[in-house]
Each structure stands twice: as structure tokens, then as C-alpha cells.
Design a protein around this ligand. Sequence first.
Ligand code: HEM
Ligand code: HEM
Ligand SMILES: [Fe+2]
Length: 431
Amino acid sequence: MKYQFESQRVSYPYFVAAMLLFAAQILFGLVIGAQYLWPDLLFPAIPFNIGRMIHINLLVVWLIFGFMGAAYSTKLALVQFWMFLVGGATAIVGYLFRWHDGREFLEQPFLIKVAIVVVVLMFIFNMIMTMIKGRRRTSISIVLLIGFLGLAVFYLFAFYKPDNMTVDKYYWWFVVHLWVEGVWELIMAAFLSFLLIKLTGIDREVAEKWLYVIVGLTFLTGVVGTGHHYYWIGTPAFWQTWGAWFSAIEVLPFAAMVAFSFKMVSKRTRQHPNRAAVLWTIGAAVLSFLGAGVWGFMHTLPQINFYTHGTQITASHGHLAFYGAYAVIVLAMASYAVPNLRKSTGIITHQKQEIFAFWTMAVSMVFIALALTGAGIVQVYLQRVIGMSYMETQGYMSLFYVIRLFFGVTFAIGLVVYLYDFFIGKSKSAA
Ligand code: HEM
Ligand code: HEM
Ligand SMILES: [Fe+2]
């Protein structure tokens, strides 16, 4: 991860693809958000369930493009890029023709799943070769490698689809939970350390100590924390105790990332000219702490989850956590790396637009999460406390859905400014 000109330029197309897929994800988000208010919108071309599937699959695909772009170095990269892009695009276009395997987040048809595994293995092979050949065996690159290995290994459970629904859900969480509260967290922590070293000028040794603590806390809490998904699906009762205790302390690695960022930035030995990159970096730590740490903790104890399970409370946490942690860390890496990739080191332009985009998207996402929390509280009361049916409750929540859509639009405006800056603004001045 050095971003030195030629050899690193292969990572540029990864960021470009990530940005375009991000834009498509938000477009579909707006469509399904609007369908909450006008259920017949775009029916039968894009029914809600298909739009939702595309919205969340695009999310996963663009984040992984971003992770790869941020970690990349050599030639094999370009072959792998096209394989992943064609594979990912085929899967998503396929959904519009109802070609899918119907298991949330893992809807990719069998052949596409195989292609994804091949691409990730190529990526890991490339990473290991680079580490062996080069002098880049830093703790950061090792944590990153473990993160990607874990991403591949846990994805293998997507191939195992038991008929028994309890067993099916049990393994489904091996992918979804052990990704976002396990190995992806390592990828995020590695990027965070990399960025903080580059942006603050503080010694690598200091950052590495923090990185070890964060990695340790992630494993300690996140693995057994999987139990917070095993409260009500027919798994043994001991999960209620184990899941509660361990997932409650899952806040710790996220809190450590906040402390790490503020400490490094407050003690910085130089003022990096890319202020936007500093903002995105601190933003990732703070927003992930809010979305994953605070909003996750809110419903993680079985006494509370009994009422909130599968409601809009879950969706509010899902949005703020995914955006705050993984979208923002990818955008932070892009903000830092892209000017360098374009050989315009030193000419860091359009800081104003990027900072505007940061705040617009961050504030909008916080309000989306608050709107969904509001909807969730109403839903929990009507549906889980006084026992109304799901459909009956929805009418009482429409105000919150209007607010969600409003902030969805402001989020999209922030994104347009960001993308304009990314594709048009910077390339002009970098020429
Ligand atoms: C960046 C990290 C995280 C991300 C991206 C994330 C994302 C998500 C998503 C998308 C779901 C919904 C899954 C589904 O049913 O479709 C979910 C569920 C859940 N998350 Fe997280 N999460 C993160 C961290 C955490 C943490 C740290 C906690 C606890 C402190 C937590 C607690 C929960 C709980 C309890 C549920 C189940 C909700 C229910 O019963 O409906 N999450 N998470
Ligand atoms: C314009 C902004 C957005 C709108 C209007 C929007 C809307 C929606 C809607 C309507 C759903 C379906 C919820 C349901 O099943 O009832 C959804 C699901 C989801 N969206 Fe978004 N979204 C937006 C942005 C984002 C962003 C930026 C991310 C992450 C970076 C994201 C991540 C997710 C996830 C993880 C789910 C599944 C949540 C769950 O199962 O609980 N969305 N979104
Ligand atoms: Fe989880």
C-alpha cells in the first residue's frame, strides 16, 4: 500500500468501479425507499424484493471493489478486475430477470458464487506474492491479508444451503456476521492505521500497537458475539447468555478505533494538505462507533431484541453501521489514494467539494437512521406490544418513511457532488 505511480495505478479502475456501483446502489435505495410510500412504483419491472436485493448486493460488491482497490499493487490485477466486474454485473442484471438464489446478501447464483471465489483467491495470491517479493511485510499488510483470507473462507458457507431453516440461518450468519463484525473489521482497522500513519506523520510503531489491540478486541468480542443472531431461531438457549455478554462488548473495538484516531490526529507531527482525507478517516471511526457500536448495542441484549428483532430498528442499525464503517473507510482510502494515483501528489484539489460531500452524506445518513429508529419504535409498540399485524402498523409509520426518503435525496445530492469531484473536478486540475 504505497501508491507509487505506475505499479499502483492498477488500483484506479477499482475505485472508479466502486464509485459507479455506489451510485447505482443509492439509485435503487431511492426506488425502494419511494416504494414504501407508493407501493406500485415501477411494478412489475422492479418489485420491492428485487430492488432490495440489488440495493444490498451492489453495496457488498462496491465495498469489496473499494477494499481491493485500496489494497492493490500488481499486474494480475487488471485481469481480476474485469472478471470481478463482469461477474458482479451479470449477477445484478440477472436479478432483474429473476435469476437468483434467494438468500439475503447471498443471492448470487451458483456459477457467480464460483466466479467470486476464483476472483478473491486470485486477489489473495497476488497479495501474498507481493508481500514475498517486496519489503512490505508490515503488520498492516498482514492484518489486511488475514482480513481478506477470512472474507474468502467465510464466503464458502454461502455454498452450503441446508434444508432445515434453523441450520440454514445458523450458517448464513457465519458469512454475514463474521464478515461485518469479524474479518471486515480487520480490513477496516488496517486501512485506518495506514491512513493515520500517512496523514499524521506519527511513528508506525505507535499505530501498530493500537492495531494489535483493535484486532485482539475484534476477535475476542465478535466471534462469540455471533450469538446475538441465535436468540430466536431454534438454536440452543445458552446463546442468549453468551451472545448477550460478548456482543455487548463488541462496542470496544469500535471505541478503540475512535480513541486511536483522535489520539493520532491530536498528536500529529505535520498538517497533511489533504484535509478531506483526514475528515473521512476520523469520520469512519466516529460513524462506525455510532452505527455499529451504539446502534448495535441498542438492540443486542435478548431482553430488548425480543421486541426489536427484524423491525425498522434493525434496518436503522444496518444503514448507519454499513455506511459509517465500510462505505466511509473506502471513501477515506479513495480520498487519500486517488490524487496520488493520478500522479498529482501535492496538487490536492477540490477539498471544499469533498468536505461538503462528507458532511451532506454523513448528516443525511444519521437522519435516515433516526427516521428508521422512529419508525422502529412505533412498529415495536404497535406490533410487538399491542399485537397489531405487520401491514396494519405500516400506515402509522408513513411520516418516518417520508423523512427517510427526504434524507435519501439529500444523501444522493452529497453523492453527486462527490462523484462530480471524483470524475470531473480532480482530473481536470490533475492533468
Ligand atoms: C460495522 C459493523 C456492523 C454492520 C455493517 C452491521 C450490519 C447489520 C445488518 C445489515 C443487520 C441486519 C441483518 C439482517 O437481518 O438482514 C444487522 C443485525 C444486527 N446487528 Fe449489526 N452490524 C454491525 C455491527 C454490530 C454490532 C457491533 C452489534 C452489537 C453491539 C450489532 C448488533 C446487531 C444485532 C443484535 C442484529 C440483529 C437484529 C435483529 O434481531 O433483527 N451489529 N447488523
Ligand atoms: C438514498 C439512501 C438510501 C435509501 C433511501 C435506502 C433505502 C433502503 C430500503 C427501503 C431498504 C429495505 C428495507 C426493508 O427491507 O424494509 C434498504 C435496505 C438496506 N440498505 Fe439502504 N438505503 C439507502 C442507502 C443505503 C446506504 C448508503 C447503505 C450502506 C452503505 C445501505 C445499506 C442497506 C442495507 C445493509 C440494507 C439491508 C438492511 C436490513 O436488512 O436491515 N443503504 N435500504
Ligand atoms: Fe452480528
